[in-house]
Structures are given as structure tokens and as C-alpha cells.
Write a protein that binds this ligand. Sequence first.
Ligand code: CA2
Length: 149
Amino acid sequence: MKRLILLNGPNLNMLGKREPETYGRKTLKDVVRLVKDTAWEKGYEVEDYQSNHEGDLVDRIQMAEDNAAGILFNPAAYTHTSIALRDAISSINIPVIEVHISNVHQRETFRHHSMLAPVCAGQIVGFGIDGYRLATLGMIEKIENEGRK
Ligand code: CA2
């Protein structure tokens, strides 16, 4: 069975527990369930990982190339700062889709710029946690279409 990696960055372990006005009431466990169910229906399994540490996320991106067809990634605050994550994404040859729960473009200006978007295959922003489901479907379409080329 083909595999996707679901990666979530710093503070997303707090999802559903604080700031519900910005991030909603669903928890990270709900996100993982949503992605796994969506992928499973299309014949994909999902390995999930959350970390508050940049280097851990770099490690997971490097490891993914050998055992997954793509990465669904909410890099959280590292989106706006991390050259290390950008370099890790650039160095692998599987697609990465960047996901943001909130509409970062309606928020503080420092959230408008992504260091990672130029090296990602796509970006989904502002659909709440449903963005993860949309990213999963988009990723699978991308993988299957590229396989047919
Ligand atoms: O909208 C998103 O998904 C973000 O990636 C979330 C990040 C933020 O730094 C990005 O600009 C946009 C923050 C994640 C923090 O998540 C929390 C969730 C609940 C309570 C506290 C933090």
C-alpha cells in the first residue's frame, strides 16, 4: 500500500485546547483521523508525526523519501522562518503540500510570507481542518497523475 506522511509543526499538539477562535475546536487527534480516513478510502496509508522541534521535522522529511509517496505538512510558525526546512524539502524528490488551518493572509503581515511555499508542490490555506482533507485528496491526485505521465 502506498504511504503518505502527515507532519505537524510546533504548538499544533495544542489544537482544540486553546485559541478556538483561530484554530477551531477539533484536536490534532481529529486531524489525524480525518487524514487517515480520507487516504484509506483511496488506498493509501498514513504515518503521522508532530514535533515542536525544527531538527526533528528535518529528520522526518529526509526519512520520508525512502518510504512515502508524499508529505502533507503544516510547518506552523516555522513556515515563516525556516531555511532548514526549506533545504530539507528541496533535497527530496517526493511532493510536499503545505497546509494552514487559518487564513494566514488575513492575519499579521509576518504570516503572509512562506519560506517553504516556493519548494512545495502546493499550498492550502484557510479552510480550517478540512484543509487537511483537501490536501490529502490533492496529493493523491497529483501522485496518481504523475504516475500516468
Ligand atoms: O494556520 C495555521 O495552520 C498555522 O500554520 C498555525 C501556526 C501559525 O504560526 C501559522 O502562522 C499558521 C500556529 C500553530 C499553533 O497552533 C495552536 C493551536 C491551538 C492553540 C495554540 C496554538
